[in-house]
Design a binder for this molecule. Structure first.
Ligand SMILES: NC(=O)c1ccc[n+]([C@@H]2O[C@H](COP(=O)([O-])OP(=O)(O)OC[C@H]3O[C@@H](n4cnc5c(N)ncnc54)[C@H](O)[C@@H]3O)[C@@H](O)[C@H]2O)c1
Length: 248
């Protein structure tokens, strides 16, 4: 494992209780950071934090609730004194249906968690980053946001929106040492698969030229670089990790 130096950095990883978020939290801690795991599944978040060790702390928060996010930001600042890194990772797949079969409430739920959530966390945390003059924000989007997966219009639209949020905020903060980037992974075998049909999982695998799912550790390595000082000139950018699926 190559090492990116995150010594002394404080990171918030939303949805860090499992899957990509947990792998990112583990990689950050291995790189010298302290991590606040923000997750609405507090039991799992606490178990994960305990397994990772003293450098990880669990906080219960629903990222769709601005007041709750502001409160958790304040608790995190009180506990650690600053927030250097924000990884907007919490997300859901939603139910796999065509556009015309999708319930309006289901559409709204996916948009609320996958797009409102990152907006709310950025809105709450960027002022603290501006005050300290440093920050790294990494948004976990998806190849679905570039290509638009059938039977996942809500999910694909939320991730396309997250890519646009990344580009807008990146430009707004470009004059500061606060970088905002997105990653667009192919599918990874995590608990999120439980929300999808087997047909949809098979479809996603069939689209990956490398012929396998991405490993959570592979994504964590890319995110660790984006969260480090080594990443200094890229902002508002989208980093592919789709096993060759992306053509742009
Ligand atoms: N696994 C994949 O195939 C894949 C591919 C591309 C992108 N992604 C994206 O990566 C991110 C993580 O996915 P994963 O596969 O690790 O999922 P996961 O289901 O394993 O983990 C998601 C975590 O987010 C938490 N969460 C969900 N809603 C929340 C909310 N409102 N507030 C706080 N926490 C909440 C869950 O409790 C869970 O711990 C998601 O944004 C997902 O869209 C996943």
């Amino acid at each position: 494992m190559n090492e990116y130096d995150l010594t002394g950095r404080i990171a918030v990883v939303t949805g860090g209780a499992q899957g990509f978020g947990r792998a990112i939290a583990e990689r950050f801690v291995a790189s010298g950071a302290k991590v606040a795991i923000w997750d609405h599944d507090i039991a799992l978040a606490e178990k994960t934090a305990k397994e990772i060790g003293a450098e990880a702390t669990a906080f219960k928060v629903d990222v769709t609730d601005l007041a709750a996010v502001e409160k958790t930001r304040d608790e995190t600042l009180k506990a650690f004194g600053k927030i250097d890194i924000l990884v907007n990772n919490a997300g859901i797949a939603g139910v796999n249906k065509t556009v015309w079969e999708t319930d309006l409430e289901e559409w709204r739920k996916v948009l609320r968690i996958n797009l409102d959530g990152p907006f709310i966390c950025c809105k709450a945390i960027v002022p603290a980053m501006l005050k300290q003059g440093y920050g790294r924000i990494v948004n976990i989007a998806s190849i679905a946001g570039k290509e638009g997966n059938p039977n996942a219009a809500h999910y694909s639209s939320s991730k396309a929106g997250l890519i646009a949020l990344t580009k807008s905020l990146g430009k707004e903060l470009a004059q500061h040492d606060i970088l905002v980037n997105a990653v667009t992974p192919a599918a990874a075998r995590t608990a999120i698969f439980d929300q999808m049909t087997q047909q949809h999982i098979d479809f996603m695998l069939s689209k990956i030229p490398k012929g396998r799912f991405v490993l959570v550790e592979e994504l964590a390595a890319l995110v660790a670089w984006l969260a480090s000082e080594d990443c200094a000139f890229s902002t508002g950018a989208v980093f592919d990790i789709s096993g060759g699926r992306a053509t742009y």
